[in-house]
Design a protein. Structure first.
Length: 293
């Protein structure tokens, strides 16, 4: 049995695992994302203890450089996270184990995981969105992860600012972009408490669903996905899904005339099948790709 290593390198925590698939995890650990050297060394120590592995995949918070021919391939680049800007993440892992290392954004990794084992199976074009500490999107187009200039930054698309909402937005770059209005820190800043304490009838969710639907409408018109998969801590609120779906139908206003939206919206906007394991499973899928590249 070929074993792969997976690293879901989040801005808050790292998740490392060894296994062959989400159903065959041989070892797993989680630890806070502290300073780069300390955090990377913890990951290396885990794989030394639980290896050997044939390859390692890394899905990282960003922005990152996912271009294999770039001098800074495998780097976390212009992140606002203290200490992590211009950090070589893939290089030390490759040097420690001398195995192929796959590298991409954490959300592209999660999209790949859902494509292999989850809600993206059988599809060729879809998006995986995470709504949590930040907002990110992993995009699969014609069976390939989308990169381009760098990689998609779906969290920073601009959306209409509701005229009843006086909150200016949390994003340090754009204020009221999608991330600036719907991510966990924005919810806490607007309402004065963490989102997980909100009851299902809290007024925050009406506004959250509206803003998320604005973002999804732009994605539908631009990408034409076969499905939108929504994960992350904020989306643990299951009651949000029907609110988002109905707001999306209202926002599109019949323009995108597809049965997937008009008749089967419950199967068009869905949670990840892999749940909170989508990220680390996707990292293992990146490892498998790297082994066979």
């Amino acid at each position: 049995m070929t074993l792969f290593g997976g690293i879901e390198a989040g801005g808050t925590k790292f998740v490392c695992a060894v296994g062959s698939s989400p159903d065959d995890i041989r070892a797993e650990t989680r630890f806070p994302t502290s300073k780069p050297e300390e955090t990377i060394n913890q990951a290396i120590a885990f794989f030394k203890e639980h290896g050997p592995v044939e390859s390692i995949g890394i899905g990282a918070f960003g922005p990152v450089d996912p271009d294999p021919i770039s001098d800074t391939y495998g780097y976390i680049t212009t992140t606002p996270k203290p200490h992590w800007a211009q950090t070589d993440l893939a290089g030390p892992i490759r040097e420690a184990f001398k195995v192929p290392v796959g590298f991409d954004t954490d959300v592209n990794g999660a999209a790949l995981g859902e494509y292999r084992w989850g809600a993206g199976q059988g599809l060729h074009t879809f998006i995986y969105l995470t709504i949590g500490t930040g907002v990110g999107g992993g995009i699969m187009v014609n069976g390939q992860l989308l990169h381009g200039l760098i990689h998609p930054e779906v969290g920073h698309i601009l959306i209409p600012h509701d005229e009843t909402d006086s909150y200016a937005g949390k994003c340090p770059y754009h204020g009221d972009c999608l991330e600036g209005m719907v991510a966990g820190p924005a919810l806490e800043a607007r309402w004065g408490e963490r989102a997980e304490t909100f009851t299902p009838d809290h007024p925050a969710w009406l506004l959250e669903a509206k803003y998320l639907a604005y973002g999804l409408a732009s994605i539908v018109c631009m990408l034409s996905p076969q499905r939108i998969i929504m994960g992350g801590g904020v989306m643990d609120q299951a009651h949000l899904f029907p609110m988002i779906r109905q707001n999306l139908i209202k926002t599109l206003n019949g323009y995108v005339h597809s049965p997937a939206i008009l008749e089967n919206i419950d199967q068009f906007v869905v949670p990840p099948v892999l749940g909170n394991r989508a990220g680390v499973a996707g990292a293992m899928a990146l490892a498998e790709q790297a082994l066979h590249a």
